[in-house]
Design a protein around this ligand. Structure first.
Ligand code: FMN
Length: 264
């Protein structure tokens, strides 16, 4: 959704644009939601059990979903000081379009069961934020990267479908460097278990160009429709903005493998 006002601002005013960082204040009812994980308990209380289970659920033992979340703990970020980070920007180009932030909404089937006109709530928020939303996609794992490249794909999403297909599937973040190496010129994106700005920066440092966030945006849609999803997006964007300062980054293009280490 490149024509949104935030993306437009980033395009028109590249030296000063910090589009996601100067939001209108969130409605008072959303002020207590301070991080993406804050939406889940409210959605759990309010949603019919079956529908909450559909969103929160993962396949079989839940190991693939647990892997996806835990994988981010394998990596540690390197702080950098003594850099002028007074002007930071997180706008990001993907397939020739500039977006206000390096994250978007992945394909989420059944969102209309979770929130009133849930798919429209997600789309409206994505448009207001200036980030993309995917309606349908194919996601691949390591062996598939080479095949995708041979087939002429422009990009791949490293994904274990939020732990909803093959149980015990490897965490996307753990396999990301391998996928980036196999991808050649293809654009590599990732999703699964991304909940904080630090997760986004780890993924980008390891070679992803863009990330997608699933369940938290759906829970936000249930909590308060498009305004709540937009609030969630702004929370994530603010975290990225803050973390960039602490890592001495002025733009996401400065992120590379030297910004992360294996934590253990
Ligand atoms: C309720 C729900 C429905 C989903 N439906 C689809 C779908 O229709 N097609 C698809 O490719 N992925 C689907 N996914 C997977 C997401 O696109 C994405 O890979 C996943 O949500 C990312 O993990 P996260 O929820 O931990 O952020 C769905 C995920 C959830 C939670």
């Amino acid at each position: 959704m490149p024509d949104s006002s935030a993306a437009e601002q980033a395009r028109l005013d590249p030296d000063t644009a910090e589009p996601a960082i100067r939001p209108a204040p969130a409605p008072a009812s959303l002020a207590r939601f301070l991080a993406l994980d804050d939406f889940e308990p409210v959605a759990r209380r309010r949603l019919p059990r079956m529908i909450y289970g559909y969103v929160a659920g993962a396949v079989e033992t839940g190991a693939a979903y647990a892997n996806a979340l835990a994988g981010y703990g394998d990596y540690a970020l390197i702080p950098r000081t003594l850099q002028d980070v007074s002007r930071r920007r997180q706008d990001c180009e993907l397939f020739g379009q500039r977006y206000a932030a390096p994250f978007g909404v992945p394909p989420l089937g059944g969102s209309a069961m979770v929130a009133y006109r849930g798919d429209l709530a997600l789309a409206d928020a994505a448009q207001a934020m200036g980030v993309p939303m995917i309606l349908s996609a194919a996601s691949l794992m390591p062996a598939d990267a080479t095949r995708a490249r041979e087939t002429g794909c422009d990009g791949i999403i490293v994904s274990s479908h939020g732990g909803r297909q093959l149980d015990h599937a490897i965490a996307p973040i753990r396999v990301l460097p391998e996928m980036v190496a196999a991808a050649g010129p293809m654009t590599v994106m990732i999703d699964g278990g991304i909940r904080r700005g630090t997760d986004v920066l780890k993924a980008l440092a390891l070679g992803a160009k863009f990330v997608f966030v699933g369940r938290p945006f759906l829970y936000a849609a249930h909590v308060g429709g498009a305004p709540a999803v937009l609030h969630a997006m702004r929370l994530l964007s603010s975290e990225i903005h803050r973390d960039m300062a602490l890592m001495g980054l002025r733009s996401l293009a400065e992120l590379g493998p030297d910004a992360v280490r294996r934590a253990a």
